[in-house]
Write a new protein. Structure first.
Lengths: 83, 410
């Protein structure tokens, strides 16, 4: 089940030549290490561009959202990886 | 005339494959991508689900009966449309002649690129490898001298296929192929051809054009040429498409509605969605159409032509409301659609009177705010409780231009 959150979070990410790769994020004081970035896509809401990263910690799937203009991250949604 | 080399790329079980890539736990399992509404149907099934007979358009109930272990995944249109735009960018690095045919299909005319690469097959292999590496997805590719045959070739080798029909092989390839395999010949038409004793493309190509014209009218000639594997339609590059003929939106409700006031509120919402796209594209339109689908799926469209072309949401709404009020509804309504056609780019008459000038100023201000902050950031008070639906990706959707629509996620 997908739970939509849209909460601001702190993210540790590497900005590579090929793009941004999130490595970990802090959620409710807990550091969650990212095992795999499974997919990424962009979304426009008005003029604002959001980069979405579907990431897995091995247990759950998270939809992290990065806004490059204002440089903030949000946890858009959490989903149980195993349906 | 130099023979063309056309490629057709078809993403395999596109939406389902994207979801399986997103969630590793779904890989190798039967999944069906569905909409968010209560009365949704399957938009794409994974190949694992297709083995059990699951098909696009089936209801959740039908699918569960066929495949009890099915996993339903709610689709995310922003994911699919953005991936499509990325793929179009990838293709355009190989040839400028890229026609996005739908969100999961594209035609490429690579005739001019052959001098840069070993062969069309080498280009196709490069694309397939790049899509697999960057997106984790597979596609099927058909290569042929025209669009008709390229699409046929990609359809015949799925998933992850690559089939080339060389110009000299066309006649032999089509000789025993059933006519229903050709894009554009559906079950009904194939049945009519069968009644004439025409079952294969070879037979269709040998049938006198006059006979086909007599039986099928203007498309008779086209059918004859299709049977011979001939198609001169060009690959229309992104951005060079002819102007839109109409701009419209529709919504399927989560329950059937018969109350006039609720229907009219949804009409205003649809009119605003249409109006914004019309204004952002610089069009005006003269004919407003209202499409109604009853609970029993009976569907019809009524039109109203205005004296002057319009682009304001209110004018579109008033015309649509007038049509709705003129109809004696027989049943509750399942789907409502509004569109504007007879489009032109004429500037139209400037508003002369203060009231109309004020409306134009208000509309422009609202558009600027909504363009910046997203659809319905500012809207009519009566739309505060508007219908929230994510919509479906129309077959006319394109990654650029007037047919590009946004799909906000929640």
């Amino acid at each position: 089940m997908v739970v939509y959150l849209n909460e601001p979070i702190q993210v540790g990410a590497v900005f590579k030549k090929s793009g941004v790769v999130p490595r970990w994020f802090l959620y409710h004081g807990k550091k969650i290490r990212i095992h795999e970035v499974t997919y990424s896509w962009k979304e426009n809401i008005g003029q604002a561009l959001y980069h979405h990263f579907s990431v897995s910690d091995g247990m759950n799937l998270y939809d992290l959202m990065f806004q490059p203009e204002r440089l903030y991250w949000r946890l858009a949604a959490i989903e149980d990886a195993a349906p | 005339m130099t023979p063309r080399t056309v490629m057709h790329l078809d993403m395999d079980a596109y939406f389902a494959s994207v979801e399986q890539q997103c969630n590793p736990a779904l890989r190798g399992k039967p999944i069906a991508v569905i909409g968010s509404g209560a009365r949704t149907v399957v938009t794409t099934a994974s190949y694992e689900a297709r083995k059990s007979g699951v098909k696009t358009g089936m209801t959740v109930f039908e699918v569960q009966r066929l495949c009890p272990e099915i996993i339903f995944v709610e689709g995310n249109n922003a994911k699919y449309t953005d991936t499509c735009a990325e793929l179009a960018g990838l293709y355009r690095r190989l040839t400028p002649l890229v026609e996005v045919f739908s969100v999961d299909e594209a035609f490429l005319d690579v005739t001019g690129s052959l001098a840069l690469f070993d062969s069309a097959r080498a280009i196709a292999q490069r694309i397939k490898a790049k899509i697999r590496r960057d997106f984790g997805l597979t596609c099927s590719v058909g290569i042929a001298p025209n669009k008709l045959l390229a699409k046929l070739a990609s359809d015949l080798h799925k998933p992850d296929g690559l089939l080339e029909i060389a110009p000299g092989e066309v006649a032999a390839f089509l000789e025993r192929l059933p006519v229903s395999k050709l894009c554009g010949i559906g079950e009904k038409l194939a049945g009519k051809l069968s009644a004439l004793g025409i079952h294969t493309c070879g037979e269709l190509g040998r049938t006198a054009p006059g006979l086909l014209r007599h039986r099928f009218g203007i498309i008779g000639e086209v059918l004859h040429r299709m049977g011979r594997g001939e198609d001169e339609s060009p690959v229309v590059a992104l951005g060079s498409e002819p102007d839109a003929k109409s701009i419209g939106h529709s919504m399927t409700f989560s329950r059937d509605i018969s109350q006039q006031d609720i229907l009219e509120a949804y009409l205003l919402q649809l009119a605003e969605m249409v109006g914004r796209r019309v204004r952002n594209s610089g069009f005006l339109g003269r004919t407003v159409s209202l499409t109604i689908r009853y609970a029993d799926f009976t569907t019809f469209t009524r039109q109203h032509s205005l004296r002057d072309p319009v682009q304001g949401s209110l004018e579109i709404y008033r015309a649509a409301k007038q049509i709705l009020r003129s109809i004696r509804l027989q049943q509750a309504i399942r789907l409502l659609g509004v569109s504007l056609s007879k489009l032109s780019r004429h500037a139209g008459q400037m508003p002369l009177f203060p009231k109309e000038q004020r409306w134009q100023t208000i509309t422009r201000a609202m558009d600027r705010i909504n363009n910046k902050h997203g659809d319905f950031a500012i809207t009519w008070g009566s739309l505060l409780n508007r219908y929230h639906h994510r919509g479906v990706i129309s077959p006319a959707w394109r990654p650029e231009g007037v047919h590009k629509t946004a799909f906000p996620n929640k």
